[in-house]
Every structure is written in C-alpha cells, then in structure tokens.
Design a protein around this ligand. Structure first.
Ligand SMILES: CNC(=O)c1cccc(C)c1Nc1nc(N2CCN(c3ccccc3Cl)CC2)nc(N2CSC[C@H]2C(=O)NC)n1
Ligand code: NI
Length: 187
C-alpha cells in the first residue's frame, strides 16, 4: 500500500517533469498502480486508517507524486454533506486532457494544499471555473466529464502535476490574495 514515505516532496526533480503518455492497452502494472493510488486516497480519508498509517488526507494524487512520471491521476472527492456515501467524483484518470474550459476563473477560498508540499502556502490559486475532461479509466474505457467548483479545482491541480506545475506557481507573488476581475471564489 502507498504511505507518506512513497510520496516525493517539493525539490524532488520528478515533480518538475512533463509526465509521459500512458500506452494503451493498459499494462497490469499501470492498472495495479492506479488501484493503489485510489486506495491511498480512500485510506487517507478514513480517520482510523489515516491515524494508523499516519496518512495526510487528500482528494487527489498524481503518479509523479509517487515518482512515476506517467500521465495518471486518482481523484476521490466526497460530497460536502457529512457522512454522505455519495462522491462528487471518484475515478482514476489515465491520459486526462482538458478539451474545453470556461473563460471564467475560480479559486478555493481557503487556498490549496498538496501532499508533496509540507508547508502552508497561502493565497488564491486561480483556475478555470468549469472544465471538460476526457480520459481513459482503468477498464480502458474512454470517459468524458464536465466538472465545476471544487471537483474542477482538484482535477486541474492534479493535471498540473502531470505538467510539472505546482499550485503555488499560480499564486500571485506580489499579492497572494489578488483577485482579477470576475474571478469566482469557491468556499
Ligand atoms: C491551504 N489551505 C488548505 O489546504 C485548505 C484549508 C481549508 C479548506 C480547504 C478546501 C483547503 N484546501 C484544500 N483542502 C483539501 N482537502 C480538504 C480536507 N480533506 C479531508 C481532510 C480530512 C478528512 C477527509 C478529507 Cl476529504 C482533504 C482535501 N485539499 C486541497 N487540495 C488542493 S487540490 C488537491 C487537494 C488535495 O488533496 N490536497 C492534499 N486543498
Ligand atoms: Ni498536489
């Protein structure tokens, strides 16, 4: 199982690489890795398991974060309602591609955190408010999803990892809480 020791931290060169496209059909190794990445997110959100294995909670994980420079991310985004079993989005995305996006931008009101960044980096991270993403799932099926709000922020954060981009690259250096005209804040 993946634990925090498998997650590389900022400064590790792999985080700044452009990850390679995954060959189709998917190999057993890639499929197994995808399931392990999803298992990490599920475990990290379970209070007992997170404590037992000292996992930091996350809703997204990109393969480069476990030093595998391939284009695969896992997202496991719970509904906001307490203890609701339904998830806004839970899937492993192979070769995810943003095929269209809104002109409008949004950012998370509380900023962003990253499992590869062991410090608090305050500031708004402006991203596309809405995105349409195509990807292959672990069954090799082509998927197309339209995302907005929190899920759209998370998926863009993870796709950034596939292009060597860290969330703080997008924070305005002069004024981290700079808000351009029309940027929507998601709380
Ligand atoms: C600096 N301020 C902040 O971090 C921040 C501060 C407040 C609110 C938000 C909303 C913030 N922002 C932020 N909060 C999250 N979590 C909220 C808590 N949650 C979680 C925690 C415990 C159990 C189950 C779960 Cl579900 C895990 C996920 N996650 C991300 N990101 C950025 S996109 C990828 C995603 C990620 O997984 N990061 C590790 N950002
Ligand atoms: Ni991250």
């Amino acid at each position: 199982m993946i634990t925090m020791k498998d997650i590389i931290r900022e400064g590790h060169p792999t985080l700044r690489l452009v990850a390679k496209e995954v060959e189709l059909p998917l190999s057993k190794e890639v499929i197994d890795l995808g399931h392990e990445m999803m298992e990490f997110l599920v475990n990290s959100q379970d209070p007992e398991l997170a404590e037992k294995y000292e996992l930091r909670a996350g809703v997204g994980l990109a393969a480069p974060q476990i030093d595998q420079s391939i284009r695969m991310v896992a997202v496991h985004i719970p509904g906001i309602e307490e203890d609701s079993e339904d998830y806004i989005l839970s899937d492993v995305m192979v070769n995810p591609k943003i095929v269209s996006h809104s002109v409008q931008s949004s950012c998370l009101a509380e900023g962003e955190g990253c499992l590869s960044v062991d410090r608090d980096v305050p500031g708004y991270v402006p991203r596309h408010s809405r995105i349409t993403v195509t990807y292959h799932d672990l069954n090799g099926e082509k998927q197309k999803v339209r995302l907005k709000n929190y899920a759209a922020m998370v998926v863009q954060h993870e796709i950034d990892h596939l292009n060597g981009v860290m969330f703080y690259d997008r924070i305005n250096e002069e004024n981290p809480y700079q808000l351009d005209e029309g940027v929507n804040i998601i709380s």
